[in-house]
Each structure stands twice: as C-alpha cells, then as structure tokens.
Design a binder for this molecule. Structure first.
Ligand SMILES: [Zn+2]
Length: 64
C-alpha cells in the first residue's frame, strides 16, 4: 500500500521497507510529494500505480 487514506489525511509509505515519510492533510499532499522529492525519495509510475521508495531503498538494484 503506497498511500494510506485515513479520512482527510494522506501518508506516504515506502513500497520497499514500509517506512513512512510523512502524514499530511489531503490538501497538502502535493506539497508533501515535493518535499519528499527534495528529501531524495523516488516516486515512479508503474501503470496505474505510483510507487514510492525512501532514500535507502531507491539505491537497491532496479530502482534507479
Ligand atoms: Zn524504504
């Protein structure tokens, strides 16, 4: 599960290790994505899905 939807909150979670980056109000999700990118998270599209990898896991083979 990449993004947990909990009422109006959104949580970005690493698809590899399950580490969570941040929890924000739904209205601030775009801002969280930008902050995650600056924090070296990798966000890639896989078909209909968006995958999120923390700075440690993005170093693994095949994750770019
Ligand atoms: Zn990770």
């Amino acid at each position: 599960m990449t993004i947990e939807r909990n009422n109006r909150h959104r949580v970005m979670i690493c698809d590899e290790c399950g580490e969570d980056y941040d929890t924000v109000d739904a209205d601030d999700f775009d801002d969280m994505v930008e902050r995650a990118k600056r924090a070296n998270w990798l966000i890639v599209r896989d078909g209909k899905l968006w995958l999120h990898y923390c700075p440690d896991c993005r170093k693994l083979p095949g994750k770019g």
